[in-house]
Design a protein around this ligand. Structure first.
Ligand SMILES: C[S@@+](CC[C@H](N)C(=O)[O-])C[C@H]1O[C@@H](n2cnc3c(N)ncnc32)[C@H](O)[C@@H]1O
Ligand code: SF4
Length: 455
């Protein structure tokens, strides 16, 4: 089937599968805080000594609103919020510590946002030291943070380096001025160059850039220019995101431009194809959905060794069974259950003040969820999945089988005896392929806007 027809057929709203079940399909009725903490204790006991745990810390503040942004953030210029927030996060961490019998071993820590570099270097250091005082850093730990090129300073980079951070990713998006104006994010190349080079001088071993295609007013030549600039700085990792247009998310302010200013799905797909071709010429390998890396980066090695993992932070080079998310709206994963914190700062603070974990909702995974989750993770991380002989969970489900056969006819996958492999042509449609396995989505199609378009 020609590329354009494939786009018309497969460009539908669909999840990005940073989890399965996806958040809108979590079952609130079978979830309770007690079940969540029990599942986390079980997971912790099973895995802390073997592999350690991961921590995600959400730092939600930004000084100014970018009108494309789909993240959970709070816009303010008042830096007095820093202390209050950090104290709350450390209190949340202490409530988790009370659950465990032994010191957590921290394998991964990621500071995400919002804008972590909104906080002063001293405060970021205080936060990390507060956590490390009560835990142990794994020998092969991977600590990383998201930096905004406009406000990351040498002092930020040095402070976090001194407590074990070796990886930073910067939001770049696009270098064109008209696009930057539309998304309300004026960010000259010099700023990105400065923070990239400073991180390297200090000793960071992996610098990443996030760029986006499908932004308002973005044309093919803007993608070319952005990648030429990227080539000049050669980040070790690159996220090449498809712009997720989700204007129904409350408070994300995406109404700074009109829908007509966005490229059509056909142009968007061309932007992706062009970007992918140019990135390959520069020396980047596609790692999984949206992600590229140089062959010297740990994400590349982890892909080659089949160790790549995907969680709420995106792709990671290693896997831990337990991941605790701290901070407003943060999501945690114990393998057996998910939980999400309160999304409003006020509710988050209120629960902590009452010495309660600020969990708002969650999901306890059943046996079927665990099987589907494994296949979706395999497809997202390795572009293939397999099962033991004759044990294909979906074999009695004619809808799933016919969907997969149709995708095979369209050239997106190859169905083997006990396996499915995504073809090169099928890679851009990996979300659609995962959707074929998503029984919760198939049993109940959403009746409101929940997901961005897959193309
Ligand atoms: C939460 S931001 C944190 C980084 C930091 N606040 C900054 O803006 O530089 C992480 C990345 O998410 C991506 N992102 C945010 N909203 C998006 C959207 N609607 N569609 C695609 N990517 C998006 C951007 O590439 C951004 O750099
Ligand atoms: S893109 Fe980054 S800086 Fe801009 S609003 Fe979103 S989180 Fe804040």
């Amino acid at each position: 089937m020609p590329q354009n027809s494939l786009i018309n057929k497969y460009n539908i709203a669909g999840p990005r599968y940073t989890s399965y079940p996806t958040v809108p399909y979590w079952n609130e009725e079978t979830f309770s805080l007690k079940k969540w903490t029990s599942s986390l204790i079980k997971s912790f006991d099973e895995s802390n000594y073997k592999e350690g745990i991961s921590l995600y810390i959400h730092l939600p503040f930004c000084e100014s609103l970018c009108t494309f942004c789909g993240c959970n953030k709070r816009i303010t210029k008042q830096h007095s919020v820093e202390d209050i927030y950090l104290n709350a996060v450390l209190k949340e961490w202490n409530l988790y510590l009370d659950l465990f019998n032994e010191k957590p071993i921290i394998k991964e820590m990621h500071l995400g946002g919002g804008t972590p570099t909104f906080f002063s270097p001293d405060n970021l250091k205080r936060l990390v030291e507060g956590i490390l005082k009560t835990s142990r850093r794994a020998d092969n730990h991977e600590f990383s943070f998201e930096g905004h090129p406009n406000n990351t300073t040498r002092a930020h980079l040095e402070a976090l380096y001194s407590v074990g951070f070796r990886r930073v990713s910067y939001g770049v998006q696009d270098y064109n001025e008209k696009v930057q104006k539309a998304i309300h994010r004026i960010q000259p190349f010099e700023n990105v160059k400065r923070v990239t080079e400073t991180a390297r001088e200090i000793g960071y071993t992996s610098v990443g850039h996030d760029i986006i295609f499908g932004l308002p007013f973005q044309a093919l030549e803007n993608i070319e220019r952005t990648i030429l600039n990227t080539k000049a700085l050669l980040p070790d990792r690159l996220a090449f995101y498809s712009y997720a247009h989700v204007p129904w998310i409350k408070g994300n302010g995406q109404r700074g431009f009109n829908d007509d200013d966005l490229p059509t799905p056909e142009i968007k797909r061309k932007q992706y194809e062009l970007g992918k071709k140019l990135l390959a010429e520069v020396g980047y390998t596609e790692i999984g959905m949206d992600h590229f890396a140089l062959s010297t980066d740990s994400l590349y090695h982890s892909m080659v060794e089949g160790q790549l993992h995907r969680n709420f932070m995106g792709y990671t080079a290693s896997k831990t069974q337990a991941m605790i998310g701290l901070g407003v709206s943060a999501i945690s994963d114990s393998l057996y259950a998910f939980s999400q914190n309160e999304k409003s700062l006020e509710a988050y603070y209120r629960l902590l003040k009452e010495n309660r974990l600020p969990v708002q909702r969650g999901h306890i995974l059943n046996e079927e969820d665990l099987i589907i989750r494994k296949h979706i993770l395999n497809l997202m991380c390795r572009f293939k999945t397999s099962w033991a002989e004759n044990s294909f969970y979906f074999k009695e489900l004619p809808d799933v089988i016919s969907r997969l056969k149709e995708m095979e006819l369209d050239g997106l996958i190859h169905i083997g005896v006990n396996s499915i492999e995504v073809t090169v042509k099928g890679r851009p449609f990996v979300r659609n392929i995962c959707m074929a396995f998503d029984l919760l989505l198939q049993r109940k199609q959403p009746d409101t806007n929940l997901f961005s378009m897959t193309v």
